[in-house]
Design a protein around this ligand. Structure first.
Ligand code: B12
Length: 214
């Protein structure tokens, strides 16, 4: 059994070999600790963020951290997504990172989990303007929308997206869930979204409840 605190530290220190060795050990043990390992990796990303803020790390380190996190998800993916799959298509949904935000690692994890949970996900990518999201929902008759963002300013973009659905007269036709590091109950109320979540398991649960009511 690996020490998750040690894993978080190794991720924070961008010690690629140690991180991969521990994650491979988790998988060799059957993967039952994959969700905990994922949490530890995210904790490590918070350490990376703090080091960046204090000037110890630079943008190059953020890029490397992003690559390491993507590799980490690649190693853990099979164990992370195995829980809820095979249940057939539940619903179509849109997922994207909102305007002015280029972070997509968290979004991609959420996408994998939703697909494993039976959703047909239209991934619009990063830096997606509200109009494109509204248009895509209208053209494809999509009733569930997931908005991701990790920058503080993403909250404004999320609100603009909800407002764009209102302006198009479509707000009551869609359920909107928001997620990402700056998201909270207060942010959800401010944005006017229907729900928020910080982990993919909770996201799949909420969207599945909505899909059952459509
Ligand atoms: C890696 C990284 C980058 C990489 C991103 C690579 C990529 N392809 O995504 C690169 C180098 C490109 C980058 C760029 C920048 N970054 Co950056 N970055 C990070 C870092 C270290 C990790 C982010 C991450 O991937 N976390 C791991 C994932 C798994 O977590 P997550 O995104 O939160 O996702 C989870 C949940 O939130 C949830 N979730 C995610 N999406 C969704 C969606 C839905 C619908 C739901 C329900 C749930 C959900 O599920 C996920 C899995 O559990 C963070 C620090 C941190 N602590 O987050 C800084 C951080 C986000 N970056 C920051 C900054 C400042 C920048 C730059 C401005 C730097 C610069 N000077 O250029 C640019 C901004 C570019 C832009 N316009 O977006 C700041 C943001 C400050 C702020 N409060 O706004 C942070 C917090 C670092 C810091 N502490 O200063 N960054």
């Amino acid at each position: 059994m690996i020490d998750f605190e040690e894993l978080a530290q190794a991720m924070g220190e961008l010690d690629e070999d140690a991180v991969k060795e521990m994650l491979n050990e988790v998988m060799a043990d059957g993967g039952s600790q994959a969700a905990k390992a994922m949490e530890a990796c995210q904790k490590g990303m918070d350490i990376v963020g703090s080091q960046f803020e204090s000037g110890e790390y630079f943008v190059g380190d953020l890029i490397f951290a992003g690559e390491l996190m993507t590799d980490a998800v690649g190693i853990l993916k099979d164990a992370l997504v195995s829980g809820d799959g095979g249940s057939g298509t539940k619903a179509k949904m849109i997922l994207c990172t909102v305007k002015d935000d280029l972070h997509d690692i968290g979004k991609n994890i959420v996408r994998s989990m939703l697909e494993a949970g039976g959703f047909e996900v239209t991934d619009l990518g990063i830096d997606v303007p509200p109009e494109k999201i509204v248009e895509t929902a209208r053209e494809n008759n999509i009733r569930i929308v997931g908005l991701s963002g990790v920058l503080t300013l993403a909250i404004d973009s999320m609100k603009n997206t909800v407002d764009a659905f209102k302006a198009a007269g479509m707000r009551d036709d869609v359920k909107i869930i928001i997620g990402g590091a700056p998201v909270s109950a207060d942010a959800c109320a401010h944005v006017g979204a229907d729900a928020w979540a910080i982990n993919p398991q909770e996201t799949v649960r909420i969207c599945s409840d909505w899909a059952a009511q459509l």
